[in-house]
Design a protein around this ligand. Structure first.
Ligand SMILES: *[C@@H]1O[C@H](CO)[C@@H](O)[C@H](O)[C@H]1NC(C)=O
Ligand SMILES: *[C@@H]1O[C@H](CO)[C@@H](O)[C@H](O)[C@H]1NC(C)=O
Ligand SMILES: *[C@@H]1O[C@H](CO)[C@@H](O)[C@H](O)[C@H]1NC(C)=O
Ligand SMILES: *[C@@H]1O[C@H](CO)[C@@H](O)[C@H](O)[C@H]1NC(C)=O
Ligand SMILES: *[C@@H]1O[C@H](CO)[C@@H](O)[C@H](O)[C@H]1NC(C)=O
Length: 557
């Protein structure tokens, strides 16, 4: 099946590109002069186009617990619309082909793309696209094709994409925007021992190559858990959407291969702020590398810290849902504080209410309640199920962070997000000779952490199946006691002000308080419109990432 010429060609990308058809169709008297003129015109156009960041709106199927921020994309000629989950943890763009999706294991949401109906499609490699996700039993196989791909009003020509011919246990197509080194094919070739291979130019590479953006970079604004939309800006960032300056973090390479394959950064501590002040929680697992992954719904933190936090919040461990809390967190106000790259590094504070992920009744779309009528939510945190599982920082962290991904300089800019901010002040990210394209202070790394993650997760996440109980008659703990915390008091030097919840003094109201009513009831209508009930297959574990997003992970079906 493997054809080495094809592999080399796919990998080398532009070297294998044919001359664009439109030019070769024409004849001119003075070829050379004309071509010079064309080149000049193209160069001018490129120069004009560069430095113009563009924004793509993200839809959020919010009450599903995140993990599903989608873009509307159109593919081919005439354009076919598909909706794709945006994923910083993987690097291939793929969509369902007609009849490819197994409806017994997937909700098959977001539409399909019919290869035979596009006049601009090139089949690059039939049958050679393969990717596998953590969802138990998941797998996608299909064709590599090249075709027009548009998002946010911008078109990328001849983008290499996967079109599934067979897809199981994956609910939607995915728009992977990670490093090209994490492409499924490249990882597979590396593992098979192929030499002299390079990844094909993926979406972000092509945007730069085709002059849509000046540098391979983008920034992600997911907004808060109640917000229906977020946005991604390619080639720029929006200064109006975050507090203070960006903190600049170096992306960490894969410990074994030395390649940059995922957005791993150094986390130096996890703390908790309530009315008594800020406490840095004691743990032997910090500092550590955490991977910023928009394709994961929850935040995966070391088990000892999870225990500390669940005890503090009075969360209970439910057989079906894992950690659950009352949606109003028993009235406890405060934040979880994540500090990166040492004691002077940037701090992102996540208000407790951002951790409460609604659980809705499948049949009615209503929130489920405990025996006292309080709405209950899943706590958007979990621990690795194995020692070598990476700490994936998904949506319950990322919603509170404004994150700029600079793939050219291998850096992350991070700051406290401002929720629901409608104004904007967009700055283009242009190449700088200093080796830092983002304006902000480079965080000084205090110590080099040990990598906990060296292998793929082989965890078996639990799937919600059948109807959920409408009542959970368990009393929640009172929570909110500082006594439960082990650590030291601190004052964060680099912490943004104006964080909802961080300064409030309300304390635990015990399990007798009334329902908060603060969470939106399920807008079942919008889900039906969009997804036809795809949430039936939603992972409890919330892990929707590719195996390849993990350090040293393997991709095989
Ligand atoms: C599209 O890209 C593929 C792979 O790089 C290449 O083989 C093909 O010739 C390209 N098609 C066009 C129209 O440029
Ligand atoms: C996607 O397209 C649908 C249908 O046109 C529209 O209702 C929805 O708001 C769009 N969502 C985003 C995030 O652009
Ligand atoms: C796709 O790209 C080709 C070549 O650039 C162009 O002629 C065609 O109009 C594009 N299709 C759409 C739907 O924009
Ligand atoms: C943001 O707006 C949503 C409604 O659109 C609201 O429910 C939520 O509370 C707001 N968040 C903040 C932090 O103000
Ligand atoms: C949620 O639904 C319940 C039951 O239909 C209703 O009593 C409650 O007022 C709703 N809450 C909100 C915030 O709409």
């Amino acid at each position: 099946m493997r054809d080495s010429v094809f592999w080399a060609c796919l990998g080398l990308g532009s070297l294998c590109l044919a001359e664009p058809g439109t030019l070769s169709l024409r004849t001119y008297r003075n070829h050379e002069k004309h071509e010079q003129a064309l080149r000049k015109r193209d160069a001018e156009r490129l120069a004009l186009q560069k430095r113009s960041p563009f924004t793509v709106e993200l839809g959020n199927v919010d009450y599903l617990g995140g993990g599903f921020y989608y873009v509307n994309a159109s593919v081919g000629t005439p354009a076919q619309e598909v909706q794709l989950d945006i994923d910083t943890g993987s690097s291939d763009v793929w969509m369902f082909g007609v009849g490819s999706c197994d409806q017994t294991t997937s909700t098959c949401s977001g539409g399909t793309f019919d290869e035979t109906k596009s006049s601009t499609l090139d089949v690059i490699a039939p049958g050679l696209f393969k990717i596998q996700y953590f969802t138990q039993g998941s797998g996608v196989v299909g064709d590599y094709v090249g075709d027009n791909f548009s998002i946010g009003g911008q078109m990328i020509k001849n983008l290499t994409m996967g079109v599934a011919t067979q897809a199981e246990s994956v609910n939607t197509g995915i728009m992977g925007i990670g490093f090209d080194t994490n492409e499924a094919l490249y990882q597979e070739e590396l593992a098979a021992g192929y030499q002299d291979i390079t990844p094909y130019p993926n979406l972000v590479d092509e945007m730069k190559k085709q002059g849509l953006i000046g540098t391979r970079s983008y920034s992600l604004y997911l907004d808060d858990i109640e917000a229906a939309t977020g946005s991604i800006i390619f080639g720029g960032y929006d200064k109006a959407k975050f507090e203070g300056d960006l903190g600049i973090l170096d992306i960490q390479p894969d410990a074994t291969s030395g390649l940059y394959t995922s957005f791993g950064v150094i986390l130096s501590s996890i703390g908790l702020t309530d009315s008594s002040g800020s406490t840095v929680l004691s743990t032997p697992s910090m500092p550590n590398i955490v991977v910023l992954d928009s394709g994961t719904a929850f935040t995966i933190i070391p088990a000892d810290l999870l225990t500390e936090i669940t005890t503090y919040l009075g969360a209970i461990n439910d057989e079906t849902y894992s950690w659950i809390v009352r949606c109003d967190l028993n009235g406890i106000a405060g934040t979880l504080d994540y500090q990166f790259a040492g004691p002077t590094g940037p701090v992102v504070s996540v208000p407790f209410e951002e951790l409460a992920v609604p659980i809705l009744n499948f049949n009615t779309g209503e929130p489920i309640t405990d025996g006292k009528g309080n709405e209950i939510c899943r706590l958007g945190l979990s621990a690795p199920s194995q020692a070598n599982e990476p700490l994936l920082f998904g949506d319950t962290f990322l919603r509170s962070a404004y994150v700029v991904y600079d793939l050219d300089n291998l850096q992350i800019g991070i700051a406290q997000t401002i929720y629901n901010e409608t104004s904007s002040d967009i700055v283009a990210i242009t190449a700088s000779a200093t080796g830092q394209n983002l304006a902000g202070d480079k965080a000084v790394v205090a110590s080099t952490p040990a990598l906990t993650a060296t292998q793929a997760i082989v965890a078996q996440p639990t799937l919600i199946s059948g109807a959920v109980p409408t009542t959970i008659a368990t009393a929640f703990g009172a929570g909110g006691g500082d006594a439960a915390l082990t650590g030291y008091k601190t004052t964060y030097a680099n912490r943004a002000t104006n964080i909802p919840g961080a300064t409030t003094t309300a304390k635990g109201a015990g399990s007798t308080g009334s329902s908060s009513g603060s969470k939106k009831n399920g807008s079942a209508g919008s889900v039906k419109d969009f997804a036809g009930g795809w949430w039936r297959g939603m992972l409890v574990q919330g892990v929707l990432v590719t195996a390849a997003s993990l350090v040293g992970a393997r991709l095989m079906i």
